[in-house]
Design a binder for this molecule. Sequence first.
Ligand code: EPZ
Length: 432
Amino acid sequence: MGSKFVIKGGNRLTGKVKIGGAKNSALKLMAASLLTEEPSTLTNVPLITDVRIMAAVLERLGAVVSYTDPDIIEIKFGNSLHAEAPYELVSQMRASIIVLGPLLARLGRARVAMPGGCNIGSRKIDMHIRGLEALGARIEVGQGFIEAVSEKLVGSKIALDYPSVGATENLLMAATLAKGVTVIDNVAREPEIVDLANFLNKMGAKIEGAGTPTMRIEGVGSLHGVEYSVMPDRIEAGTLLVAGAITGGDIVIEGAIPQHLDLAISKLKNTGAAVDISNKEIRIKGGSATKPIDIATLPYPGFPTDLQTQFMALLSIADGTSIITENIFENRFMFVNELNRMGSDVRTEGRHAIIKGIPKLLGTTVTAPDLRGGAALAVAGLAAEGVTEVLDIYHIDRGYQNFEHKLQALGADVERVGEKEPSNVLKVVGNR
Ligand code: EPZ
């Protein structure tokens, strides 16, 4: 049996905690280091399972990944670059698909196992494929693999059907070494896209428009290695803000970029919490009661789908009925059944969840269905009456470093019981 969190609810969280580097940027910057044979050093890297898996993928492709410090990794690809990302790694983390664009750009070929869906949805990659074909790649999808070849990628004008984060990133990285200019319309505008563009430009790429709906990339001959600090994790920050609100606490989140959470902060204020921001700190004081609100998840700068479950936990104890509409993933209400086992009154109808607030959640044993649903169950446990045990917390370890330690530092009564290390961590070869 894996580890679990044992949480005794009822403590008001107080104090200050610093958040770490963003999972959803670090993974892409690691993949982008494929684009040069020179070493790159990333700092402020979260030590989480997904980063270890990405390190294992890069090592399988021929990189040497060195952990020179707990949150610093150096990645060096010599000339011995392999083109295959195997199923046993890609199936552990679908974000591995993000090596497709860089491999094509650097090697002219790539063989990447189909990532498959995951608990929250089918996670298709049709826009990745079509965009790379527009850049001149020939791509075959079959027998569980994506085979891609291209003598030389050539810049092109591409319009995405939907501002897919992953498709934007794969195309952006491929275009940096393509011949000529690429213009991509309807791109994702998430802060992680801007972080990746800043990293690539520091490597010598010529990218304009990151954070806007259209990006222009002028291909260059080669890129060079850099040192770069990963942006702070806005979803970790948002998760901890909800923990402060749901416990009626008074906490300060250090190291976040408040602008990355504009809408989430506005929604927290609508529920009755008081939120004050300074340049790199966010303070939240939970209200005496939680007001019901409606939320619809949308691509950035819309409400982030990765905070949907955490807000549902908060709204489950609101003084009235809230509606959450999940527009990004087709199956991101997995955690509702677990939350209802804690006494909440949530019912789902397609993309809508109707949340009838109740006075108090009751502690019981629940199982984390996925990364953000697991984090939301832990947050719910902080406010529940009695003890909540959250099982399968390896899901949480994928995206949160020292989650229980950060909550303990804020006064939560939470213990990790079971293996001390996240259970499904790959022992990454290469230097430590
Ligand atoms: C990234 O996933 C994040 N993951 C997700 O975070 C996040 O929820 C998502 O962006 C949206 O913000 C990482 O960055 C590693 P998408 P990604 O491509 O790139 C459909 C977390 O909890 N789609 O914008 O997969 C797709 O099926 C994770 O940290 C296509 O149909 O997101 C999905 O329904 C969860 N065809 C929707 O678009 C495509 O070719 C959003 O996908 C690509 C996507």
